[in-house]
Design a protein around this ligand. Sequence first.
Ligand code: 5GP
Ligand code: ZN
Length: 114
Amino acid sequence: MNDCIFCKIISGEIPSERIYEDDDMIVIKDINPQAPVHLLMIPKEHYADVTCLDGNRAAALGRCLAKVKDIAEAIPQLKDGFRLINNKGESAGQTVSHMHVHILGGAYIGDKLI
Ligand code: 5GP
Ligand code: ZN
């Protein structure tokens, strides 16, 4: 956990463009955007991925997701829609083992995978 990039971003040790913060999470701009708007919703508690959810973590993640509406409404480029993505594990492309949800949107966010 001490070597976790996202824990260091949460603590401020590594700088980031933070667009929202509350007790449960931070929302930052992705350093390597894959869409005109590419945000990362990062719970403050360190756990690796969605399979590590227990009741408390699920409740906290639920509070985070309940804020997506307000976050999206504050960004004009997201008014026509956006996509949420959560990667779990190597074969899904997860590169940072600290739970996070991608928020992607903008003029064109690419073809749907499904
Ligand atoms: P994953 O591939 O694990 O689903 O997503 C990790 C994301 O974190 C990637 O989109 C990557 O660009 C982003 N990322 C990695 N390191 C940093 C960083 O230091 N700062 C920011 N803002 N994003 C990062
Ligand atoms: Zn972490």
